[in-house]
Design a protein around this ligand. Structure first.
Ligand SMILES: *Cc1c(COP(=O)(O)O)cnc(C)c1O
Length: 383
């Protein structure tokens, strides 16, 4: 049994885990289940501050990203792919698979996307059907300012597909205010439900674009149009995973009943960055720090594997390295959802203090102490 402190999946809260043991019905035939699914979708929309409709898809977070691209993209559509991270760039693959023409807008991987620079670019070229935007690019912990990026794109008539799988409920999202056309989320990050579900919110503009296609969508499972009129017709395109949805519902209720959730994430992440910097370690990002994950560079003379293995074996805490261009270069601490708790992060820093010191890294401060001090100062300030 490990303490899961990775940037997703996260630790699942007990009431979410237990809700998955509720009686299973036949979701295709039970009218009460259609109502339950509908109310759960409405709860998602309300927590994300939108009048747009939501859909819950039976598949991992990635399915939402692929479904958005599959359903919007027609052959030769130009799609602007905002690329300042691994997930950012990855969207180009989905666009290509469905016949589109992805145009990469590549920016510095250590900085949050410069919205003014994007605006200059868009003045020259804005002939795109939609753009893909990553809110928190989890492999580096990059946070992009979707509250400015999406309205800017919309000014140029460009629809937006936003991947906020690892940011939503840890970072503020107001879908209507931010002009987001399709927003993608997942169950296993800040919601702290088990992996297995994706969900999307869909704007009327995105709906119009998807429904005015001239060519059919080259997928069934990733085609959002297969859900059309699901409630009126009492018909899902495939059998819904009942227990996963019970878990999701409980997790959404937890968020609803947690009015300080964003504040909690902000405080924990600020304290985490203070601890890492005070210890003489280097935060991977220069700007654009997500409140859901803290990423620091592996110090000289040790390897990511040494650190991760020792933390796992001696302290039973699972942290994450990274992948793709960041493989072996960084350590990632997930403080999203149920992981964004002072005692849990204190345990993480305690373990890192001991492990890094024993590996010969000279820390300039104890991270556990700095972390706790930072939080208690904040508490004094609030009082
Ligand atoms: C976790 C995550 C996803 C979903 O990936 P899965 O492999 O389905 O968990 C998508 N985008 C981002 C930025 C993520 O962090």
């Amino acid at each position: 049994m490990y303490y899961i402190m990775t940037p997703g999946p996260t630790q699942v809260r007990e009431n979410v885990r237990l809700s998955r043991s509720l009686t299973c019905t036949n979701p295709d035939l039970d009218p009460d289940f259609y109502t339950y699914y509908k109310e759960t979708c409405e709860l998602i929309s309300s927590l994300l501050h939108t009048r747009n409709r939501s859909l819950i898809l039976g598949g991992e977070g990635i399915l939402g990203l692929e479904a958005a691209c599959a359903t919007l993209t027609e052959p030769d559509d130009r799609v602007l792919v905002l690329d300042n991270g691994v997930f950012g760039k990855g969207f180009a693959d989905f666009v290509k698979i469905y016949g589109g023409d992805p145009v990469l807008y590549t920016a510095d991987y250590r900085h949050t996307l410069d919205v003014d620079a994007l605006e200059i670019y868009l003045k020259k070229d804005h002939d795109f059907k939609y753009a893909t935007v990553v809110h928190c690019d989890t492999p580096s912990g990059m946070l992009n300012d979707i509250s400015r990026i999406c309205p800017l794109l919309k000014q140029y008539g460009i629809l937006t597909v936003v991947d906020s799988v690892s940011a939503m409920f840890g970072e503020e999202i107001r879908v209507d205010d931010f002009d987001i056309d399709i927003l993608c989320g997942g169950s296993q990050k800040a919601l702290s439900a088990p992996p297995g579900l994706a969900f999307v919110t869909i704007s009327p503009d995105a709906d119009a674009a998807m429904h005015s296609r001239k060519t059919p969508v080259s997928s069934f499972y990733a085609n959002l149009l297969t859900f059309d009129n699901w409630y009126e017709n009492q018909w899902f395109p495939y059998t819904m995973p009942v227990s996963d949805i019970h878990g999701l519902r409980a997790a959404l209720e937890n968020v609803k009943n947690d009015p300080y959730i964003l504040n909690r994430h902000a405080r924990i992440s600020e304290a985490s960055r203070a601890a890492v910097t005070a210890a003489g370690l280097r935060l991977h990002q220069e700007t654009g720090f997500s409140n859901t994950v803290t990423v620091f560079d592996v110090p000289e003379g040790v390897s990511a594997k040494d650190i991760l293995d020792a933390v796992l074996q001696k302290y039973h805490i699972m942290l994450a390295g990274s992948f793709d261009v960041l493989a072996g270069q960084v350590i990632r601490l997930g403080h999203m959802g149920e992981n964004a708790r002072p005692e849990k992060m204190a345990a993480v820093f305690h373990a890192l203090d001991q492990v890094l010191t024993s590996l010969g890294v000279a820390l300039t401060a104890g991270m556990e102490d700095v972390f706790m001090q930072y939080l208690s100062q904040g508490a004094a300030k609030d009082a």
